[in-house]
Write a protein that binds this ligand. Structure first.
Ligand code: SF4
Ligand code: SF4
Length: 479
């Protein structure tokens, strides 16, 4: 965990905004939640082929997609009023939030300081594609202890497959320029990497690139799963960008087909195992991989990631105009909870609709999930991905299930060793010595435990090959 950020007090000029007063504490109000705010809606300065969020623009036709001063003030005030936890996260996302310009976030920081209660610590997080980062942005991030998430899909060849601009040119060089600014100003950053059809067979290469070339200490992997129907699959396969002469197709979580860019279910599991086998030999306690960390926590009954928690519903998404949706993945009319200019944020988050949304995650598990040996860690995955058939032919199985089952089954025994270490008040990093001992005992020429079919020595062992992809200059002095 990162230390909480406590910012200095500043004053804020009054904003002429309609004021929604805080409700009496609603029954079932959560003590805290993790809201993702989209100040520039879903608009972006690049056009990643797999990004169906771009299509959400069509929910707000003839709109500038920019958060107003009044909405910014109402949002931050209500967010801070709603929390009864000592730490509050203010998470900026998009689209691309840098399109809002720096002054918007300067004002946001001032508003947070104005409305923050004594003892309330605030962590700002900011997810960006990195293209517009420069000295000014990074000085600001550093000054206010922002945690910045940078979207990178791996080395150049893998990144540039789908992360392209409107002319379909790869964005790798521009993202690396942004990364250099982050490093130059020593901004805390993590890497957000999608797992897709292009990089799914290169888990270790992708991970090593982040660790060795980018110096990343925090890494998060997100599977790309783009659903489509018989009617939409052809257009969907071309990408969610504006096609010549046609409007963008509005993406909704419907259909049981997937695009060509979607990660294969089995591949997803292999990708994670490939990285796990590298991490558990070298990097435990040094590199934070979100899924590994939350899996270890789950052994102690703490579910820190909604996707693998029994229930969800504490991660709503706020659009630029104050509309609140159940989740970032369900920004569609059916899941709109209301607008914060009419109803207080806490009332929307604690509403019966939102509670049902979160509890349905547990209540709609298939029989296969309910009986599954790794259910306590997996919990059926995200409902948005439950469009496959179970082994018995029951609808509602997670599309990723074969990969999830493989990953949790494979890693469970090693996590169990870490659990035992923690119970003995020893650091989980001691697992690396245990793994080294196992490796020595079982020999260098046995099949590699990652399941690649190669000999251990030439896979995750000491003669593991280097990346087949080119690296990046580590010159940090010339952004
Ligand atoms: S729908 Fe999925 S991403 Fe959204 S809150 Fe639930 S588990 Fe998390
Ligand atoms: S591994 Fe598959 S069956 Fe098991 S809980 Fe996860 S989605 Fe359900």
């Amino acid at each position: 965990m990162r230390p909480p950020t406590i910012l200095g007090k500043t004053t804020v000029p009054a904003v002429d905004a309609p004021s929604v007063t805080p409700p009496p504490l609603p029954a079932h109000a959560p003590p805290g939640f993790h809201l993702l705010a989209k100040p520039s809606g879903s608009t972006c300065n690049i056009d990643c082929t797999y990004c169906f969020f771009l299509s959400k623009e069509s929910l707000y036709p003839n709109d500038k997609h920019r958060m107003s001063e009044a909405t910014l003030e109402a949002y931050l005030r209500q967010l801070l009023e709603s929390h009864r936890t000592p730490q509050v996260t203010v998470a900026w996302q998009g689209g691309e939030p840098t399109l809002m310009k720096l002054d918007f976030f300067r004002r946001a920081v001032k508003l947070v300081e104005h409305y923050r209660r004594p003892g309330q610590a605030v962590q700002h997080t900011f997810q960006t594609n990195g293209l517009l980062l420069d000295d000014d942005w990074c000085l600001f991030f550093k000054q206010h202890h922002f945690l910045v998430g940078l979207s990178v899909d791996g080395p150049r060849e893998l990144h540039d497959t789908y992360r392209v601009d409107r002319r379909r040119q790869g964005t790798f060089d521009l993202v690396m320029r942004g990364w250099r600014y982050l490093r130059k100003h020593e901004v805390d950053f993590n890497i957000l990497c999608t797992v897709n059809a292009a990089n799914q067979q290169h888990g270790r290469t992708v991970y090593r690139f982040f660790r060795d070339e980018l110096g990343a200490k925090w890494v998060q992997f997100i599977p790309i799963i783009e659903r489509a129907t018989e009617q939409t699959i052809r257009i969907a396969n071309q990408g969610w960008t504006e096609q010549a002469g046609t409007k963008r197709l509005l993406y909704t979580q419907t259909g049981n087909l997937v695009t060509d860019r979607t990660v294969g279910a089995e591949h997803y599991g292999r990708f994670l195992i490939d990285i796990f086998e590298e991490w558990v030999r070298n990097d435990v306690g040094q590199v934070y991989v979100q899924l590994f960390d939350v899996t270890l926590e789950a052994f102690f009954g703490r579910h820190l990631l909604c996707i693998h928690a029994p229930t969800c519903g504490y991660g709503p998404a706020l659009e630029h105009n104050g509309d609140l949706y159940s989740c970032d993945h369900f920004v569609e009319p059916k899941y709109k909870l209301g607008n914060i200019h009419q109803t207080h944020l806490l009332e929307l988050v604690a509403s019966p609709e939102q509670r049902k949304f979160g509890q349905d995650k547990r209540d709609t598990l298939t029989a296969q999930c309910r009986d599954c040996k790794v259910r306590n860690w997996c919990n059926g995955g995200c409902p948005k991905d439950r469009f496959a058939l179970s082994r018995d032919g029951e609808p509602g199985q997670n599309y990723l299930c074969p990969g999830l089952e493989r990953f949790f089954t494979h890693t469970g025994p090693t996590f169990n060793v870490m659990v035992q270490l923690l119970r003995q008040n020893r650091p989980p990093a001691d697992v690396m010595a245990w793994v080294a001992e196992q490796d020595a005992r079982q020999g260098a020429y046995r099949p590699c435990p990652c399941g690649s079919g190669k000999k251990f020595r030439f896979c995750h062992g000491d003669k593991a090959p280097n990346s087949p992809f080119s690296g990046v200059s580590r010159d940090l002095t010339t952004p």
